[in-house]
Design a protein around this ligand. Structure first.
Ligand code: ADP
Ligand code: MG
Length: 623
């Protein structure tokens, strides 16, 4: 149902659907219209113009009624085209599923045969097939179906390959299901959309191709006629009596256009990512549309962020992911950004160098001073000087942050070369080895030659850090660098980061949802909730004396060693929807100290000493 509304909302697709529906209804009802026989010849009416007596659309070169011939012809063309498409879809999908699911030799044989079919231009192939079988509408249908099989087979094979390797298929196999039920109930439902899309985008072509064969006299044979043969017969009188060919021509055009518009609509509607605009190409730098006047930012240390706001604008709805975030990081300092997942940590980090994908992201406010330069006022070319060179990132998932097809050596060298093209190969390699040593990799020469899949997660994350270090950045942003690792490896990675930070005087923005990890590495902590920093201060002070009810609750969630089997407490409720934030404090609905005043208006930040707090209930006295 939702699918139908999505198709209807797409105006072109709706137009195509309406046009097609009209044509379908008319051609279905053709037998009950009581039209004159399309094959009755009456030479006295030769080439009668439209709106002539007894012939609404005129008559052709044999005086046959064009309206009747048009409707019967449309019926025939539609039936043949759709039948060809169904045959091609069935045969092609079957080949695709078998090849994709069983792989190996069967895949080889089937796909190479398909390749042979594809090696010929397909109109030529269709002509050859009809030439062998002999001209008739049935043979044209078979020819068109055959030449379209490869299209379905390849699409379906690709989709099958991907699905056959997924874990839920493995789980279904483990549960002892037989292959047939596996194919039918697990694989098929996922392939339906691929097949439907392929079908809806090709059926128009197939109607056109059959019409083409009939036009050449290889399809329908007189007296039977479809749109193609009507066009072919009318061609001789194109100049003198254009209506005999124009009328079937317009009908073919209307059918094919209707099908294609609808087909594109179905394809877009079946892909939820397209509905969200995810496949639109992102701008190279996040779109910036800041409220004026800009906040006056006092510069503190290396990076001072004030009043940062980032929205996601999707289909007319605005999600306020970052709302008025301010923090600063001094040289050689480590600031930890903590919060539940979805609180806006990554978006904050990516906003700093304009890496949030636009569309849908827009930075709507704030200032980001890096050594006195407002990063948000930079053009893309200028921003490149900062990205990766002065501000580097380490990402959460070491599996996806390295390129699977290049070895470690190439990846390290590339990241050095992008910003410094002057070094020779020898020097580059030496520097790469040194980088690996810096992140405590014991046998750098061997690792240099390895590919990412040959290394463990911890090793890969070290390489991620080495790549971040490649250009001696001043600030490293580590977005949950240890979340995907187990605890012992996590400790090693934290050590490496801490040591690098100390030795090189690096500033570190360390993002995590784990208070324990944060306590080990950071100098200061900023706690995020629903796109705002609710409390910030020195790590020691915040952990010893949390002020904000949310920080307290987060700390209460930690299991305490030596406290027997006491279960850690959980925070009631769930984070608010960012599209629908309450007027007042976003944490109020889950807060055990809530008062009516908390929910009236936005809560400002209180600053005393080194501590900032976004709460009106808690005092900031001796923090
Ligand atoms: P986390 O704190 O877990 O890193 P994020 O910063 O990734 O959270 O996300 C913050 C919020 O921003 C999420 O709740 C999500 O709704 C929204 N968001 C993030 N990326 C996108 C995106 N590409 N499109 C739409 N919304 C997004
Ligand atoms: Mg994140």
């Amino acid at each position: 149902m939702e699918l139908v509304t999505r198709i209807i909302r797409n105006r072109l697709a709706a137009f195509g659907a309406v046009m097609l529906l009209l044509i379908l209804i008319v051609s279905l009802l053709t037998p009950v219209f009581g039209l004159t026989d399309p094959n009755v010849i009456d030479t006295s009416n030769r080439f009668m113009l439209p709106f002539g007596e007894g012939h609404l659309l005129g008559a052709d070169h044999l005086g046959r009624d064009i309206l009747s011939r048009l409707l019967w012809g449309t019926r025939l063309s539609l039936m043949v085209g759709v039948a060809a498409a169904i045959i091609a879809a069935t045969a092609g999908s079957l080949i695709g599923i078998l090849a994709g699911y069983y792989g190996g030799r069967l895949d080889m044989i089937l796909m190479r045969s398909i390749d042979v079919l594809m090696a010929f231009p397909y109109i030529l192939l269709a002509l050859a097939i009809v030439a062998v079988l002999g001209p008739s509408l049935m043979n044209a249908l078979i020819a068109v179906a055959i030449v379209n099989i490869p299209f379905f087979a390849r699409n379906v094979r690709g989709a099958t390959l991907a699905i056959a390797q997924s874990d839920y298929i493995a789980a279904a196999k483990l549960s002892g299901r037989n292959t047939f039920s596996l194919l039918l109930f697990e694989l098929m439902p996922n392939l339906i959309s691929v097949i439907v899309v392929a079908f809806s985008t090709t059926v128009g072509w197939m109607i056109l191709e059959t019409a083409g064969l009939s036009f050449l006299g290889l399809g329908s044979q007189p007296p039977q006629s479809d749109l193609g043969s009507m066009l072919g017969e009318g061609r001789a009188a194109l100049i003198t009596h254009p209506h005999t060919s124009l009328i079937p021509g317009i009908m073919i055009f209307a059918i094919v256009m209707g099908i294609n518009l609808l087909g594109d609509g179905i394809r877009d509607a079946l892909d939820p990512r397209l509905a969200k605009g995810a496949l639109r190409r992102a701008l190279p730098i996040t779109k910036i549309d800041r409220d004026l006047p800009l906040p006056r930012t006092e510069e503190r240390g290396l990076l001072s962020v004030s009043g940062l706001k980032t929205d996601f604008q999707i289909a007319g709805k605005t999600t306020k992911a970052i709302r008025d975030v301010s923090f600063h990081i001094g040289r050689g300092e480590c600031l930890a950004l903590v919060g539940e997942s979805g609180s806006g940590k990554s978006v904050t980090a990516l906003s700093l160098t304009g890496l949030v994908a636009s569309p849908p992201a827009v930075i709507t406010g704030g200032k980001i001073l890096f050594e006195g330069t407002d990063l948000l006022s930079l053009k893309f070319e200028q921003m490149r000087e900062y990205r990766g060179k002065r501000i580097a990132y380490v990402f959460q998932d070491p599996n996806s942050s390295l390129h699977p097809l290049h070895n470690i050596c190439d990846q390290l060298i590339e990241s050095i070369k992008v910003h410094d093209g002057s070094m020779g190969r020898r020097a580059l390699e030496a520097k790469a080895v040194q980088l690996l040593k810096d992140v405590r990799i014991a046998s750098p020469e061997r690792v240099m030659k390895s590919y990412p899949h040959e290394l463990s997660g911890g090793m890969r994350q070290r390489i991620g850090i080495a790549i971040a270090l490649a250009n001696d950045p001043e600030l490293i942003i580590a977005d949950e660098p240890t979340t995907a690792l187990d605890v012992t490896v996590q400790a090693q990675i934290l050590h490496i980061l801490k040591r690098l930070q100390r030795e090189r005087g690096l500033a570190l923005l360390f993002i995590s949802h784990d208070m324990n990890v944060v306590a080990q590495i950071s100098d200061r902590i900023a706690v995020m909730y629903a796109g705002q920093i609710v409390e910030a201060g020195s790590t020691k002070a915040v952990l010893e004396k949390p002020r904000h009810p949310y920080t307290k609750a987060l700390l209460d969630c930690l299991p305490q060693l030596g406290k027997g089997q006491a279960m850690p407490r959980a925070i009631n409720g769930s984070p608010p929807l960012l599209e629908d934030l309450p007027d007042g404090c976003a944490f109020a609905p889950r807060c055990s100290f809530v008062t009516p005043a908390c929910q009236k208006r936005p809560i400002d930040v209180n600053l005393i000493g080194g501590r900032s707090l976004r709460c009106i209930r808690m005092e900031l006295d001796d923090g």
